[in-house]
Design a protein around this ligand. Structure first.
Ligand code: 9UX
Length: 70
């Protein structure tokens, strides 16, 4: 599934790279795309393997914040 999240706390391109790297490590993640300018992220992942909360935790572990985009 492809899901969009809001990401908080990113101020430079290394921040977005940190977020991408952390989320990409999650099991079941096929692709991650972080947009620094719009503070958003789309994640293509298998939701039978990981879930939204785990994606959010991965962002938090990298030192940023996330929520499901709505
Ligand atoms: Mo850039 Mo982000 O110098 O946590 S890496 S501000």
């Amino acid at each position: 599934m492809n899901k969009k999240f809001n990401v908080t706390g990113m101020t430079c391109s290394a921040c977005s790279a940190n977020v991408e790297k952390s989320v990409r490590k999650l099991n079941g993640v096929n692709s991650v795309n972080v947009n620094l300018l719009s503070n958003s992220m789309t994640v293509d992942y298998d939701d039978t393997v990981s879930n939204d909360a785990q994606v959010i935790h991965a962002v938090e572990n990298a030192g940023y914040g996330a929520s499901v985009y709505s």
